[in-house]
Design a protein around this ligand. Sequence first.
Ligand SMILES: Cc1ncc(COP(=O)(O)O)c(C=O)c1O
Length: 362
Amino acid sequence: MDIKFNLKPASERRTEPFVPQGEVGFGRLRTDHMFMMDYQDGEWRDPRIVPYGPFEMAPGAMALHYGQSIFEGAKAFMHEDGEIYTFRLNKNAERMNRSADIVCIPNLPEAMQLEAINALIDVDRLWFPRQEGACLYIRPFIFATEDRLSVSPSSKYTFCVVLSPSGAYYGKNLNAIRLLISTKYHRAVSGGTGASKAAGNYAASLRAGKAAAEYGAAQVLYLDASNKYIEEVGAMNHFHILKDGTIVIPEFTDTILRSITSESILALSEELGCKVRQEPVLLEKFIADIESGEIVEAGGFGTAAVVSPVGSYIFEDGRVVTVGDGQVGPHISRIYKVFTEIQKGLRPGPDGWVKKVEHRAG
Ligand SMILES: Cc1ncc(COP(=O)(O)O)c(C=O)c1O
């Protein structure tokens, strides 16, 4: 791919490593540049790295009206050698195309996505925050740009990547959250868009998120449309751990997003020293097993936190069910440790999981 580099003049861009003075937060900051590429006449063209800034877009751009818009979320980490490494970015590229299929957006070859992201990180590498637990959050997205007011797939799209220097998700310790078990709001139905990272899925989750906050819960635990099976959390896959240490993740269906964190946990059972399996999870049995002590820990898997322990669940009638003693358990602490050590290059992971961002020649 022949990427054009239209970079900011040296006087306007970062020239020293970014050493944050305070909290960096998540998703707030941007780097100097972004990657863009357009789709038109049946092909992706004009790959370019340009200064970060507003787009020019027709008011009739179809993404604004019919929501043909998808995104990904990944992180890059700095290892002890001072180099930046991505984590399983090929899985994000693969999932971007799965999302694209679901909302009729043309695929963008994985190799092109990876090249685009690596080139952008390379250009803005000085923006990596030099702070414990920090990362570069990577946000690739594709949206429909054709100026047409009829409901049909757009013939024009833009692929864009922006980077956000972000701080550690947790302070010193993991903290346990509460989830609202919602029978009123559903995230997905079979045959719908639940298995994609379509922007509209997240718009639809905002109301449920507000309801969760009213119950003092951090996020919603979504059930399937029949309110029988556990599906996933707001922006994480759900899991629980049995007293023999087995990790159970609800089976991936077309109503659950295939979390790359979950997929990685499934592949790491040897390193974690426990069994990991997927199966449909009946809500009634899940609650009964928490109450009997058969289930000892539970939580969510996702890129943002890696693992988010759940201390308790609250039903819409106010009933609270506490998992174990409501605190962060030893299995989850170990999962977090192993996973983040692999991401940071402190522990060898499976081949190809972490990849160095190469320096551009010249
Ligand atoms: C709905 C949903 N489920 C699960 C996840 C976790 O996926 P991953 O582990 O790939 O971040 C996310 C975040 O991407 C999400 O938005």
